[in-house]
Design a protein around this ligand. Structure first.
Ligand SMILES: [Zn+2]
Length: 256
């Protein structure tokens, strides 16, 4: 594994408005559903893996409440896990963890916090990327209740659960030692909340390819989605104050 330094080429592709020069060496992305990663952060994932950063995915559900309606939840979960695996391969990710919670019924309870804490202790990332727990009324699809619950549980798992030996002592019995995550990046927050930006200009097409690997969900929108993604990336770039052409933006939380 290559550990980037602040002078590495990766540093030139990440801009923190607060001047934080932290660069990740191992990243865990945790989301509610298959394709959430590809809408929100696949361009960043591709940029990180291009520079030797290891990225691992954790998915709270298998998307078993999605389309098509005539497929059983079991068959749909199998299909969507395969689609997410293909999408991950496109952006350089091969390790995926499925937490098995029910799609459409995710709540930020202790059971979910424990499952995420266990995953954090297994993967030991220094950066966690997840969904914002804040409802964004301007983007109501991004503010799906499963997303908000996942974000809330992940932030709680980062601090304090996964670093505190007294949280979920049964995890210690399983052999999972406490682990402190240094930073969290939140996706899809309310306007004006983002403060860290990633140049995805060279990976925009891979992001779109990864998103379209979720054919069961996005195939029917293949005529409009690629342009929508390009417009979002350009709008993020414009708002970021950088000279980049395509950007994914996050809210950076220092949890040290
Ligand atoms: Zn979702």
């Amino acid at each position: 594994m290559v550990v980037p330094t602040p002078s590495s080429p990766l540093a030139a592709l990440i801009r923190s408005e607060d001047g934080d020069d932290f660069l990740p060496s191992k990243v865990l992305v945790i989301v509610a559903h298959p394709d959430d990663i590809d809408f929100g952060t696949a361009g960043t994932v591709a940029t990180l893996t291009d520079h030797g950063v290891e990225v691992v995915y954790g998915l709270v559900t298998s998307g078993q409440a999605g389309e098509p309606a005539d497929l059983s939840p079991v068959d749909l979960a199998e299909l969507r896990e395969a689609e997410q695996g293909a999408a991950a391969t496109i952006v350089g990710v091969s390790e995926l963890h499925w937490l098995g919670f029910p799609d459409g019924a995710v709540v930020a309870d202790l059971e979910l916090r424990k499952a995420i804490s266990r995953l954090i202790r297994i993967v030991k990332p220094d950066l966690v990327i997840t969904q914002t727990p804040e409802r964004n009324f301007e983007r109501i699809y991004a503010a799906h209740p499963d997303h908000l619950a996942t974000g809330e549980a992940v932030v709680s798992a980062v601090y304090p659960d996964s670093r505190n030996a007294k949280s979920f002592p049964e995890l210690l019995d399983e052999g999972h030692e406490p682990h402190a995550v240094s930073r969290v990046w939140l996706m899809a927050g309310p306007a004006g909340s983002t403060n860290i930006h990633v140049d995805i200009s060279t990976n925009l097409n891979r992001k779109i390819e990864a998103l379209m690997a979720h054919d069961s969900q996005n195939g029917p929108r293949a005529d409009v989605l690629p342009n929508m993604i390009r417009e979002w990336a350009a709008a993020n770039a414009e708002a970021s104050g950088t000279q980049w052409a395509a950007v994914e933006s996050f809210r950076l939380i220092n949890t040290e």
